[in-house]
Design a protein around this ligand. Sequence first.
Ligand SMILES: CC(C)(COP(=O)(O)OP(=O)(O)OC[C@H]1O[C@@H](n2cnc3c(N)ncnc32)[C@H](O)[C@@H]1OP(=O)(O)O)[C@@H](O)C(=O)NCCC(=O)NCCS
Length: 153
Amino acid sequence: MDFSIYRATMEDIELLVRHRLSMWRDIHPEFGDPVPGTEERTRMWIKEKLSACRLIGFIAKTRDGQVAGSGCIWLREQPPLPMTSHLETPYLMSMFTEEAFRRRGVAKLIAETAVVWCRSRGYERINLDASESGKLLYEKLGFKAGYSMRLLL
Ligand SMILES: CC(C)(COP(=O)(O)OP(=O)(O)OC[C@H]1O[C@@H](n2cnc3c(N)ncnc32)[C@H](O)[C@@H]1OP(=O)(O)O)[C@@H](O)C(=O)NCCC(=O)NCCS
């Protein structure tokens, strides 16, 4: 099946919210229900970032217009670094493919499109946090584990 990628607009906020919450449910079912207000906070955050062009959404659709999946680049602010003049690094996030369309190359197409978008704008790298099912996908695209560490409090 052929898929095409569309750039998300303000009309797509509800879709991006649904995909983001579904992504978390799929990755961490053990978390149970999100803390109250999560959906509204997610909606407000996406709305703000999308309208400021700090969030770039890529939506995959079938030829007949069915939504198959989506993913976003968040231009994440950072302090000045010696190896770049950019004050942000693209962060690939909210990758989600609808169950019915999994393992058909949808996420790969979205991630590849995001990579092209970032490269064409002169960014030197893309960061992300990978779920277990996402790891192989990203490795195949050339992503490598980096220096990040975390302490759970
Ligand atoms: C992870 C996810 C986005 C993959 O979407 P997808 O459209 O099915 O992925 P693709 O078909 O583009 O897969 C490309 C490659 O990634 C790897 N891959 C994808 N899903 C995988 C899985 N469940 N387990 C292991 N490898 C997987 C495979 O190498 C695959 O190539 P192949 O099918 O030729 O073997 C999808 O399973 C999903 O939405 N999962 C729940 C949310 C999530 O984990 N999001 C990622 C957050 S980092």
